[in-house]
Design a protein. Sequence first.
Length: 363
Amino acid sequence: MTDVTDGVLHTLFHSDQGGHEQVVICQDRASGLKAVIALHSTALGPALGGTRFHPYATEAEAVADALNLSRGMSYKNALAGLDHGGGKAVVIGDPEQFEGVRRTELLLAYGRFVASLGGRYVTACDVGTYVADMDVVARECRWTTGRSPENGGAGDSSVLTAFGVFQGMRASAQHQWGDPTLRGRKVGVAGVGKVGRHLVAHLLADGAEVVVTDVREESVRGIVEAHPEVTAVADTDALIRVPGLDVYAPCALGGALNDESVPALTARVVCGAANNQLAHPGIEKDLADRGILYAPDYVVNAGGVIQVADELNGFDFDRCRTKAAKIFDTTLAIFATAKEDGIPPAAAADRIAERRMAEARSR
């Protein structure tokens, strides 16, 4: 189906990849907007997921990322106990090239695009988008979360995302070493942007030794200046090979765990904030075969989506923090199921999420 609303061209189609309900492609030539929204599932409720702004090499690459990310959101929301399905949007372009009036016009066009879906998709921040951006989107679309407190929102969701990852890491330590603390452990954090910098603070407060890297030199410099006890290395390849590393925390873009990185890992635990860390099916088994405990990304990084979902019902930070703290128990339960069933934790998490979605569909 194709239609034009407020000058925005929409092309809606169904995709067989991953069982998605709908994929929507949008182009608004006046603002330069090119975007994709993927709705994986609305079995549990309206699809909820962030908006990623990234300079994809091709439209096909953008669609593939939207499909993968939206599927992950279905599983994340299901395991977080939210009454939301999974969706994700990607805006094609370099966010640094869209500033001032040009960025505002693009975001307003994007807001009209989301609004045209009539509430089937609720958007929020992701890589390349910020609270101020959601304030602009909300001018055209009431199904927008991650707004500033001044505009009725909850503000930066990276705070609770990092808190949830830390809880998942504590659960990983409990399962792997019998103690829910990172004290005395060496933790490598790849990506110290919006989420990673908060995670570093949690780790240092818990007594961990922290090693970091980031493609942005200014991000690393900011962390080291704020926390002189932190060590920096040149890149992710160097980080995963650090001798004596206990935990590896991928906190940048997806695909961090692949055929090249997994054999080189020195860490015994992988637990980080990045979405879609497993580059392809089978990597979770490679990790298990090496005795590396993997905390499924969509389980431990659910703090942010817990926050933005709460925003729809009158935000309360303490209520959200309490719910995000339960990521510790959820992660432990997944490890226990994996051990009992003789499967990797990623497979165990998938089964639990799929069961909840199937029950919702049957109702």
